[in-house]
Design a binder for this molecule. Structure first.
Ligand SMILES: Nc1ncnc2c1ncn2[C@@H]1O[C@H](COP(=O)(O)OP(=O)(O)OP(=O)(O)O)[C@@H](O)[C@H]1O
Ligand code: SF4
Ligand SMILES: [Mg+2]
Length: 354
């Protein structure tokens, strides 16, 4: 999608900007064996376990799974936003080599917004309803770059133009309720990118929007992340959303990664029955008219603990006694990871690219 430009002067590059190089060849983010366990009064819940993945500089990585699979808990752990009490976290979250699980609050505050920024699902709860959007963008610019008022307005207008908001100077003084849902989400993207982060985490950034607006906002997000040389961790329940945006995909089920692969191989030949199920339930342009989409049977709540079985076995058409009595490990081969005893052989219908 074409992104309008403004005639406003481009601000001077800011020294120490967020998109600086990581150690050459090293991942920007490396999550190693992450485990998050909520220890509530009544019942402990292991929300995330054995989760490992990387995001390299400039790479777009997807984290996909149904509701409750642990996507947001993983992103909250990366952002250091999990509650301090009633939660046990183990593993490593290395950002440019630094373990964020060992970082103190002050260090995390510095990293958040500056090096790692986040776009949440619901712009109405993320934006302050009583503050004009230009001021909200300006606050980020003041905090991170110490910009003066006039400079902030110029830059905020430029950012609004970049995310495709028409007449950006006039919109600076609008309050969130004066904008459409799609525009509010664009404002959130502008705020997240204002500090030139090296990593942007977007958690269901388009779920609250109409389908047509979803595609536009995703295009803007991907284009701007790419233009900024930043990396993107895109969290969604919709495999179709990652299809157009991500280089690498991690599929999560009941708190664990069940399949990880580069996008093309994953879409051409999904190996995990759950990935195959997600793919079969996406509407596709080449689906013959009249052929119904195939939802995954059952619901994500129909699960068994990973400790002594495959958690997907109650819903899996390929499950046998081994699956019901043994926990599958994530095995790696040919640049892909798979947690399954009986991988899919690719049906012809799935070999075409999305
Ligand atoms: N503060 C909490 N206390 C207890 N359990 C929690 C807490 N936060 C999340 N959980 C549990 O952790 C699991 C994973 O939740 P998470 O929010 O990461 O799911 P999700 O994949 O983001 O789902 P959705 O698509 O609905 O956003 C769920 O079972 C959830 O109930
Ligand atoms: S391990 Fe068994 S139950 Fe689990 S996804 Fe693979 S085939 Fe299905
Ligand atoms: Mg979530």
């Amino acid at each position: 999608m074409a992104v309008p430009t403004t005639t406003s002067p481009t601000p001077e590059p800011v020294p120490g900007g967020g998109a600086g190089p990581a150690t050459p060849g090293a991942p920007l983010l490396e999550v190693r064996d992450l485990r998050v366990r909520f220890t509530g009064r009544d019942r402990a819940v292991t929300a995330v376990d054995e989760v490992s993945f990387t995001v390299s500089p400039g790479q777009n990585v997807g984290l996909v799974g149904e509701s409750g699979s642990g996507k947001s808990v993983t992103s909250m752990a990366v952002m250091g936003l999990l509650p301090r009490r009633g939660v046990e976290v183990s593993g490593q979250i290395l950002f440019d080599g630094e373990d964020l699980l060992l970082a103190d609050r002050k260090r995390l505050d510095r990293l958040r917004g500056r090096e790692v920024a986040m776009v949440f699902q619901d712009p109405m709860t993320s934006l302050n309803p009583v503050v004009p959007v230009g001021t909200q963008i300006g606050e980020v610019l003041q905090r991170h770059f110490g910009m003066r008022r006039k400079e902030r307005r110029e830059r905020a207008a430029e950012l609004l133009a970049k995310v495709g908001i028409p007449d950006p100077r006039r919109r600076l003084d609008d309050h969130p309720h004066q904008l459409s849902g799609g525009m509010r989400q664009r404002v959130l993207i502008a705020i997240a990118l204002a500090c030139e982060p090296r990593l942007l985490i977007a958690d269901e950034p388009t779920t609250a929007l109409d389908v047509t607006i979803q595609a536009q906002v995703l295009d803007v997000l991907a284009e701007l992340v790419d233009e900024a040389g930043a990396a993107l961790l895109l969290i969604t329940h919709d495999l179709g959303v990652v299809a157009g945006v991500c280089d690498e995909v991690n599929v999560m089920y009941a708190g664990r990664i069940v399949e990880q692969a580069p996008r093309r191989p994953l879409f051409r030949s999904p190996a995990h029955p759950y990935t195959g199920g997600l793919l079969a339930s996406i509407p596709r342009l080449d689906t013959p008219r009249g052929r119904p989409l195939t939802p995954i049977p059952g619901s994500p709540t129909q699960t068994v603990p990973w400790t002594d079985a495959c958690a997907f076995s109650p819903r899996c058409a390929h499950a046998d006694d081994t699956c019901r009595t043994t926990s599958p490990r994530l095995e790696h081969a040919d640049g892909r990871g798979l947690r399954c005893f009986h991988p899919l052989t690719t049906p012809a219908a799935l070999t075409k690219e999305l």
